[in-house]
Structure formats: C-alpha cells, structure tokens
Design a protein around this ligand. Sequence first.
Ligand SMILES: Cc1ncc(C[n+]2csc(CCOP(=O)(O)OP(=O)(O)O)c2C)c(N)n1
Length: 333
Amino acid sequence: MASTKNEVSSLTKEKLVEMLEKMLVIRHFEEASIKAYQQKKIAGFLHTYIGQEAVGVGTLAHKLPQDSVVTTYRCHGLYLALGGNPKAGMAELFGRITGCARGKGGSMHFFSKEHNFLGGHGIVGGQFGVGIGAAFKSNYDEDNAVSMIFFGDGATVQGTLHESMNLAALWDLPAIFICEDNQYGMGTACTRAIANTDIASKAEAYGIKGYTLNGMDLHEVHDRMGEIIKEVRATRRPVLIHMKTYRYFGHSVSDAGLYRTKDEVDSWKAKDPIQVISRGLIESKGLSEDEFKNLQKKIKSQVQEAVDFADESPEPPIEELTQHVYMDEAGNP
Ligand SMILES: Cc1ncc(C[n+]2csc(CCOP(=O)(O)OP(=O)(O)O)c2C)c(N)n1
C-alpha cells in the first residue's frame, strides 16, 4: 500500500492536480510507447521514465522560460513534464517528420527549442558540456537563467561530470546537476559500480552544496527544488542534487530486469508518486473519485490521439537527411 506521508500539503489542490496530470501523461505515454514498440512501430532503443515521474514533474514546475534543461536518452518524461506536445513526442518515437526532432532523433534525442530542452543524449555523460555551456551563456547574456542538467547514477563515475562540476564551481555557473539515482546502470546495481554511493557528498570536492532528496515524494521534490533553484538563480553557484528514485521497467524495453527481485520492485512501487498524490488529493483535498477517473480517461484519450497522429504522419523525405544538421552562415538551421 502506498505511503500517504505528506498527503496534507501546503500545495493547492489546483497545483497538485496540474502535477498529477503531468505524471499521468508521462505514465500513459510511456505505457503506449512500450506497446507500440512491441508492435514494431518504434525502432532502435526505448528507455522509459516510469517510476521517476515525480523527479521531473516536481523539479520542472519551477522552470522559467529562459532556463534550459538537458538530460540522457531517458528523455521522454522530461520533455512531457516541460509541456512538450505528446503528439510530437510519439511521432518522434515513430521516426516521423512531425516529431519533436523531425524524426531524426528518435527515442534518445527528443528536443524542443520552445522549451529550451536541449536534448536527450545517448552518450552517458555527453550532456554535461552542453548543460554547463547553457549556464555559461546565461551569465554572458545576464538573463538570470539556470541550467538543469539531469543524469543517471551511472554517469557519476564519468570524468565529464567531474570536469563540468569543476568548471561550474570555478566560473560561478548557475548549473543544477540533478542525479536521478534509479539504483541501476543497465543491469549493474550502483553499489557494484560506484565506490561512494553518497552522491551528494561529491559536491564537497568542488566547494559547492550537495543535497539528497526522496525522488519518489513529489512534495519533497517540488518544495526543496523550489528553494534550491531560487538560491542558484540568486547566487549563480552550482549545486549537486541526489534524487533517490527507481525505474519500474528494465533499462530499456529489451531488458527483462532479471538482476532484481520482484520484492524489490514491489517495495518501490509501494511508494508510487501517482498513487500517493491521487489518494492524497481524494482523501484530503476534495478531489472526487469521478474527477480522478475522468482525468485518467482524458489523458488516455490524449495519448491515443498521439499514437494515431504518429501512425498517420509521413516519414521524413530524403532531403531531410542534411537539413537541421548544421546552421548556415546566416544562422538558419
Ligand atoms: C560513454 C558511454 N558508455 C557506455 C554507454 C552504454 N550505456 C548506455 S546506458 C548505460 C547505463 C547508464 O546508467 P545511468 O547513468 O544510471 O542511467 P539510467 O539508464 O539508469 O537512467 C550505459 C553504460 C553509453 N551509452 N555511453
């Protein structure tokens, strides 16, 4: 049974419903993408965000338009949490021209200029340079933005993280390093790959602040990230956040997850943020069971529309191969 800790929250019913809706969009979108993958409508890899929704939704609730976001190949959830269109997301998975990266990126490379979402990145640790570059740009432009850099626990032992934290600390860059510790890097438990699993403690080496948060608790993520982002915006000092979370499915859809027990998976599912928030809303904030059911119904049909849209969209024409790859001299894509 899901914990009801924090069910009485300082957040308004409207704000909680808004965040619940975003989490549900992610969950249903990802479930539909697994189904479409099994039907061979999606090629390549597919890494879902199911279980980690509270991290993305609670954090990105504080994003201002000028802020930028960058992440790994597990990128659908953050794109949707930012308000990315599910139709363009699903079309990207299907490799269609109407996709958010014009069908050229696929599952691992969602992109949205509108939301300053600088992509999913397939190389573990490949996003750090882009993220601190965006933070550098913000100081240069004096636009008071922050750069949110999401990554997995597996990337904490990559040199690029440490090089980037060093530069960010040295140059006072407003970079927010957010480690989504879902306990595994592919099939390897983080305790078998990382010498020091207290991720936040790594901040000390660079003279910056580190925080550990419960990534399954939407209230904690929302409230603490609100304070932290505000502080970074004001001080321009980078921070490192350790979010403890879990992915319910395998690393990608082709991973059966045989390296973990059912009991372990169930113990994390018992903290499921969607269940906790929906029950809290029903029990303490006056959301009726019918309102909740209607919300679910609305989102399921939105996701079905996205699948239909992707199915009906054309594939990119051959000329598209060389378009939007480099800018021309005038700065056009
Ligand atoms: C530089 C590099 N090394 C190895 C890989 C293969 N690889 C893909 S995902 C992954 C695990 C990363 O795990 P983590 O950072 O914890 O992220 P998660 O998938 O759990 O979100 C590895 C080793 C890669 N893509 N890039």
